[in-house]
Unconditional design. Structure first.
Length: 154
């Protein structure tokens, strides 16, 4: 049973112009605890070209220069505990994560400020120990600054 739910969000940086550039990523550093991703929301805070962000699994974190670390105030159950997995939301990278083969969910987002997508998963996406899930660009366009929110359970 999934006991605690956490919600965390952060502002990203604009990506460079290339396919598969990380917009944000969820990293599971645990050696003993999986993460269940229930929802991912992304909304542009600056105008840019239309793009189709997609999800890809990652086998190596990359080097994150801006990270949101969930704490007791991110616990939606009110238990005021920190995530046992110690998961992180990376929102800016200086070295890209290593992506595994195969695209997962994708969606076209218009170029306007405020355009976005809410992915709500009927069945949670599991992130195994020592792996990640990355929201990345699906076309060779720069993705503008955005806000990413993630809801997890463990």
């Amino acid at each position: 049973m999934l006991n605690n739910r956490f919600e965390v969000s952060g502002a990203t940086a604009a990506t460079t112009i290339a396919v598969d550039r990380a917009i944000a990523g969820i990293w599971n550093p645990s050696t003993a605890k999986r993460i269940s991703v229930l929802e991912i929301h992304i909304a542009k805070t600056a105008a840019g070209g239309a793009d189709r962000p997609k999800l890809r699994r990652s086998s190596a974190r990359g080097t994150a220069t801006t990270t949101v670390t969930p704490g007791v105030n991110h616990d939606l159950t009110g238990d005021l505990v920190t995530p046992l997995s110690g998961f992180l939301l990376d929102v800016t990278y200086s070295v890209e994560p290593t992506l595994k083969a195969g695209d997962m969910r994708q969606f076209v987002i218009p170029g306007a400020i405020g355009a976005g997508v809410m992915w709500v998963f009927a069945e949670p996406i599991e992130i195994p120990e020592g792996e990640g899930l990355v929201i990345c660009t699906g076309s060779a366009l720069a993705f503008p600054i955005a806000v990413v929110s993630v809801t997890t359970a463990e």
